[in-house]
Design a protein around this ligand. Structure first.
Ligand SMILES: C[C@H](O)[C@H](O)[C@@H](O)C(=O)CO
Ligand SMILES: [Mn+2]
Length: 417
């Protein structure tokens, strides 16, 4: 049976539940995923004086073929994009600036250092998002940045964050879609602090200074990302969830929830509805923590499916900015992007192919038997036929055939680096 014939058969099954699959695919096509560039080079970046990765995050593995130049990184992203259905965004960190061999410290970065990224994004009709990089730098060596007791250090990072917002606004203006500037800092202490309040006060003041200049939301949106702990900040992280939730709500910023930044049994899917009751916008870093914030490649597990459902059934596709954040250097990096991003899209499609309104009604009626029975039965509905058809009409490989393309790319390009 052809892919189209299988699709038409599958469609009939969803039709029984008033799910218009053609319409679903049109909607899905409009949802951009912000794909993080840093999977392609193990968060190395291209600074002239590149420093070792710090900030309490770690990339493990030594799979050959990592991108060593901006051109290589862009080529690898292009390869991954050719295997992923839909139109997406690329998420950059400040360390991906291109300064033509000149040493430009982070507080001095300007839009011109990202001109090549913008030209490339225009060529491929991609939106861009941005992150100041407050790690892998001598001024972050003691694990403190915006909350540092030394004003000079704080000021340096404040200037970097301001510069980053201007760079993001430039992306937004040039590309006609607002860039999300996400601030994540590593600040914290390895051991039990004697004062939790003072560093948080300093962080609050630093953020107030960073955001003092208003930037049109047409061009730039600001997000703040919390964390529970990092390597070297096990006992205390200044920018905790509560800290940023309060800050974001009070200052009209987006809270960014990273799925690896919570206690092991705490899930982001359960936070989305609450957060959206108090804020009209929310951002995600979808990752896969294995026992800790390990940033494994996203798989189609229960939590990913639940995140998809929470976004879709609450009508929040235009409120939640979906970004990815994983970095695995033990497997082919183009495959990592492809697996993780295809899975994120699959989770959204699965959610759209669920009779959400009817299931809500069952719950309201207290009919938990039917609710459970249907939720389980829908797990074996012919989703694969719809997904394959979506890939076909999106001109990307169907099923696992994308892997052959990655293998070919590995043999012809990655192996020769
Ligand atoms: C590269 C980092 O993963 C990223 O900036 C940050 O979002 C993070 O999640 C740190 O744990
Ligand atoms: Mn993150």
């Amino acid at each position: 049976m052809s892919i189209e014939a299988r699709y038409n058969e599958a469609k009939k099954q969803y039709k029984k539940w008033n799910i218009d699959v053609d319409q679903v695919l049109k909607e899905l096509k409009k949802v951009p995923i912000s794909i993080h560039c840093w999977q392609g080079d193990d968060i190395g970046g291209f600074e002239v004086n590149q420093q070792e990765l710090s900030g309490g995050i770690d990339v493990t593995g030594n799979y050959p073929g990592k991108a060593t130049t901006p051109e290589e990184l862009r080529n690898d992203i292009e390869k991954a994009l050719s295997l992923i259905p839909g139109k997406h965004r690329i998420n950059l960190h400040a360390i991906y600036a291109e300064t033509d061999g000149e040493v430009v410290d982070r507080d001095q970065l300007e839009p011109k250092h990202f001109e090549k990224w913008v030209n490339w994004a225009k060529q491929h009709e991609l939106g861009l998002d941005f992150n100041p990089t407050l790690f892998s730098h001598s001024k972050a060596d003691d694990g403190l940045t915006l909350a540092h007791p030394d004003k000079q250090i704080r000021d340096f990072w404040i200037e970097h964050c301001k510069a980053s917002r201007n760079i993001a606004a430039y992306f937004g203006k040039e590309l006609g879609t607002p860039a999300l500037t996400n601030i994540w800092i590593p600040d914290g202490y390895k051991d039990i602090p004697s004062d939790r309040l003072t560093p948080r006060k300093r962080l609050k003041e630093s953020l107030d200074e960073i955001f003092a200049d208003t930037i049109d939301e047409k061009y730039n949106l600001d997000a703040v990302e919390s964390k529970l702990f990092g390597i070297g900040s096990e006992a205390y992280v200044v920018g905790s969830h509560e800290f940023y939730m309060g800050y974001a709500l009070k200052n009209n910023k987006l809270c960014l929830l990273d799925t690896g930044h919570y206690h092991p049994t705490e899930v982001v899917s359960n936070k989305i509805s609450s957060m959206l009751l108090y804020s009209n916008k929310l951002a995600l870093h979808v990752s896969r923590p294995v026992r800790w914030d390990s940033d494994h490649v996203v798989i189609l597990d229960d939590e990913l499916r639940e995140i998809g459902l929470e976004i879709v059934r609450n009508g929040a596709l235009d409120k939640v900015s979906i970004g990815l954040d994983f970095f695995d250097a033990s497997i082919n990096r183009v495959a990592a992007w492809t697996i993780g991003t295809r899975n994120m899209i699959k989770a959204l499609l699965l959610a759209m192919l669920t009779p959400n309104e009817y299931l809500k009604q069952l719950q309201e009626e207290g009919n938990f038997t039917d609710r459970l029975a249907l939720m389980e039965e829908f797990k074996t509905y012919p989703f694969g036929a719809i997904w394959d058809y979506y890939c076909e009409i999106s001109d990307v490989p169907v099923g696992e055939t994308w892997l052959d393309e990655v293998k070919h790319y590995e043999q012809t390009v990655l192996k020769h680096r």
